[in-house]
Design a binder for this molecule. Structure first.
Ligand code: KIV
Length: 258
C-alpha cells in the first residue's frame, strides 16, 4: 500500500484529516501546503463550467484538470473523481481508472456509491487501484431536489451496510456527504478506515470542502459551506489598482518596461 495512504489511515482517532479540492496548478500549490488529500472533484462541473449537474463532466475534463493539479502537488495524496458513466461495468471502471492514473499520475480514484457499484470497486482494488469511497448524497445520482440523508431508519441501515461493504472491499477512506450527525457518527465509530465529512458533522475523521467555496471565489448557498475568507475582495482590490494605474499612466513604470 502507498505510504501516503497508510499515513491517512493511521490518522484515524488521532488527528483530523484535511481534504480540499483543486482543479488547477496554482490552487493545488496552495492546497498542498494544508491538505492531506487533494481531491480533483467533479464538482468542477458546477464550479468552473456552470453545469447544473456533475453528470455532464467528462473523462477528458477530469484528466486535463488533474494534469494541471499534479504540477502543483508535492506532498498530499492526489485523488481524482471518476466521472458519471465511466464505471458502469467492471471493465469500464478498470479501463477508465487506469487511463486516469496513467495520464494524471494521481494516487487514487473516487467513485460514488455503495452496494450498487461494489463489483466495480472490488475489481479495481483487486487490480491494485487505490479507491476512496463516497456515500450519502451522491451528486452524480441526484434527480430533482438536493436532500440530506441518514435520517430514517431505512436510510441509516443502508448507509451503515454500504460503509461496511466498502471497508471490506478495501477502500482506504470514505467521503460522507450530507448525512445526519448521529448516523455519520455511528458510521465513523463502526469503521476502521477514516470517514471524511462534508456536511456530515464534526464526528467524521476528517473534513472536505470545495476550496473555491471556502475562499469565497464560488458563490454557493448550501448550509454546510462556511466562507473562511472573502478572496473576491482581494481580487477586486488588485484589479482596481491595475485599472487606476493604467489610466493614470503610472503603470508600467520604467521598472516594468524594457
Ligand atoms: O466533487 C467533489 O468536489 C466532491 C467533494 C465535494 C467531496 O466529491
Amino acid at each position: 500500500m502507498n505510504n501516503k495512504i497508510k499515513k491517512i489511515i493511521n490518522k484515524k482517532n488521532k488527528s483530523k484529516i484535511i481534504c480540499l479540492t483543486a482543479y488547477s496548478k496554482n490552487i493545488a500549490e496552495e492546497v498542498d501546503n494544508f491538505a492531506d488529500i487533494t481531491l480533483v472533484g467533479d464538482s468542477l462541473g458546477s464550479v468552473l463550467y456552470n453545469y447544473n449537474t456533475t453528470r455532464k463532466v467528462t473523462l477528458s475534463n477530469m484528466i486535463e484538470h488533474s494534469k494541471s493539479v499534479k504540477m502543483g502537488i508535492k506532498k498530499s495524496l492526489m485523488v481524482v473523481d471518476m466521472p458519471f458513466n465511466t464505471y458502469n461495468s467492471k471493465s469500464d471502471a478498470l479501463k477508465n481508472a487506469r487511463k486516469i492514473i496513467k495520464e494524471t499520475r494521481c494516487d487514487a480514484v473516487k467513485l460514488e456509491g455503495g452496494k450498487k457499484i461494489i463489483n466495480q470497486i472490488n475489481y479495481l482494488i483487486k487490480n491494485n487501484i487505490p479507491v476512496m469511497g463516497h456515500l450519502g448524497v451522491l451528486p452524480q445520482s441526484i434527480k430533482g431536489k438536493f436532500k440530506s440523508t441518514g435520517k430514517t431508519n431505512h436510510e441509516k441501515r443502508k448507509l451503515l451496510n454500504d460503509s461496511i461493504l466498502l471497508e471490506k472491499s478495501g477502500v482506504f477512506a470514505i467521503v460522507l456527504e450530507c448525512i445526519k450527525t448521529s448516523t455519520a457518527q455511528q458510521m465513523t465509530e463502526k469503521l476502521k478506515i477514516p470517514t471524511i465529512g462534508i456536511g456530515s458533522s464534526k464526528y467524521c475523521d476528517g473534513q472536505v470542502l470545495v476550496t473555491d467555496d471556502l475562499i469565497g471565489l464560488n458563490n454557493t448557498k448550501v448550509r454546510f459551506v462556511k466562507k473562511f475568507v472573502n478572496i473576491k475582495k482581494y481580487i477586486k482590490l488588485g484589479l482596481k489598482k491595475f485599472r487606476t494605474e493604467v489610466k493614470l499612466k503610472k503603470y508600467p513604470s520604467q521598472k516594468h518596461s524594457y
